[in-house]
Design a protein around this ligand. Structure first.
Ligand code: HEC
Length: 167
C-alpha cells in the first residue's frame, strides 16, 4: 500500500496535470493550425447545365429556399463555411448532396434522385435538422412543406411510381 502511494506521487511530479491555461493555448493553436488545411475552401459553384421543368414557379421557389445550398450549383456559402472544421462539414454536405440530386445538372448521365425528393420532405429528413438553425428561411410551414412535396412529385415523380406501398 505504502509503496503504491509513493509511485503515484512520483508520477505526478514527473507528469503534472495540465493547467487549464495550457489546454486553452493548445486548443487555440490547433484551431488556428487546421485553418491551413486546404480541403473545403474552394467554394465552387460549377455552371448550371440544365434545370428540371418545374411544375409551378412556387415549387422552384420553395426548393430554392430549403434545398438549393446542397442540391444545386447556386450554393450560397455561409460565413462558417470559411472556418474549419465547419468548412469541412459544409463542403462534404454540398458535394454529397449535389452528387445525389442536383437541379443545376438536370439531364446529366449519372443518377439524379429527384424521384425521392417528395418522400424526403414528407418524412422530415430534408432539409437536415442541423441546417435549420443557421437558415431560418429554410424552415417551411406545414402548408409549405405539403406544397413543396406535391410540386416535387409533379416535377420528378416518385420512386417506383404506383408500386410504392411498402415493398
Ligand atoms: C445541408 C445540406 C442539405 C440540404 C439543405 C438539403 N439536403 Fe438533401 N441531401 C443532403 C445530403 C448530404 C444527402 C445525401 C446523404 C443522405 O441521404 O442523408 C442528401 C440526399 C438527398 C436526396 C437523395 C435521397 C437520399 O437520401 O440519398 C434527396 C432526394 C434530397 N436530399 C432532397 C432534398 C430536398 C427536397 C431538400 C430541401 C427540402 C434537401 N434535400 C435539403 C444534404 C442536404
Amino acid at each position: 500500500m505504502h509503496e503504491t502511494e509513493e509511485y503515484q506521487t512520483q508520477a505526478e511530479e514527473e507528469y503534472p496535470p495540465m493547467k487549464p491555461l495550457k489546454i486553452v493555448a493548445i486548443s487555440a493553436a490547433a484551431l488556428i493550425a487546421i485553418q491551413f488545411v486546404p480541403f473545403g475552401r474552394g467554394h465552387l459553384n460549377p455552371p448550371v447545365t440544365g434545370e428540371p421543368a418545374w411544375d409551378r414557379p412556387e415549387t422552384r421557389e420553395l426548393f430554392f429556399r430549403g434545398c438549393r445550398d446542397c442540391h444545386s450549383n447556386e450554393t450560397i456559402w455561409p460565413w462558417y463555411s470559411n472556418v474549419a472544421p465547419l468548412s469541412w462539414l459544409t463542403a462534404l454536405d454540398v458535394s454529397i448532396g449535389r452528387e445525389k440530386f442536383n437541379v443545376s445538372e438536370w439531364g446529366r448521365k449519372s443518377r439524379n434522385e429527384g424521384d425521392e425528393a417528395a418522400e424526403e420532405v414528407r418524412e422530415g429528413k430534408m432539409p437536415p435538422w442541423f441546417y435549420l438553425p443557421a437558415h431560418p428561411e429554410a424552415k417551411l410551414s406545414i402548408e409549405e412543406k405539403e406544397s413543396l412535396a406535391k410540386g416535387l412529385e409533379a416535377t420528378f415523380g416518385t420512386k417506383g411510381g404506383h408500386e410504392e406501398n411498402g415493398h
